[in-house]
Design a protein around this ligand. Sequence first.
Ligand code: IP8
Length: 258
Amino acid sequence: MKLGGSVITHKGTSPPATNDENIHRITKELKTYKGGIVVVLGGGAHGHQAAHSYGFGDPTTNKERLLMGIPHIRHNMSILALEVESALNEGGIPTVVISPFSISTLKNKQIQSFSTTIMERALESGCVVVTHGDVCFDEERGASILSGDTIAVYLAKKLDVKSVYIGTDVDGVLDDNPTLNPSAKHIPVIDHTNREDVLRKTGPSKNTDVTGGMSKKLNELLELAKQDLDIVIFNLTVPGRLTSLLSGESVTCTRIIP
Ligand code: IP8
């Protein structure tokens, strides 16, 4: 379950502010589900602004500057993860945070190692695991940003996962940017018949997004769809939609199938 940064933080706030109302509502909705869950947090105001200010997202930034960004970005993401962890524990969902920085390394922005041993143990012991987009050491670049979407796809391949739900602030994938074009149309299903067309229409995110926005997200999910999982992008800002999804009801969303 990915909680988009634009849903759990107030994007654009400085210092970054969490969206506590949404975090508490999402906690109540998650409580309705009785199985194991890995919750992956996006960076939102906590991750992307700090990352941007140290030149992540700009290929010309030197190693030293990227490495200097690690403490600030890590600190912000730890605060966000702690807020979500507290809300879940207080809401009666036993939860632990496992941060990618401590269990993974990257090479040219790609995952080189990512240990899932502790996550698996935590899930077996009945805990919900919270992890998140993070800054990680990168063998080539010094440091790079590991996106929550990439983590969600990676974990879906490595763990015995039935469904991947990507919660965003829109109804799924739209055929244009809804801020610029209010008549942008919702795409209910992406499969081999329309994938190229959809990829052409989805550009990078309008916000300070250093990890690639919708088109990168989609490429990764389309690759994952070959594994026959239930993959859904949906609007997590609409109360009740997550509850409906978790109980198997049909909701407005975009489903990704091979
Ligand atoms: O919002 C980015 O994660 P995303 C994490 O899932 C940071 O792409 C630290 C910017």
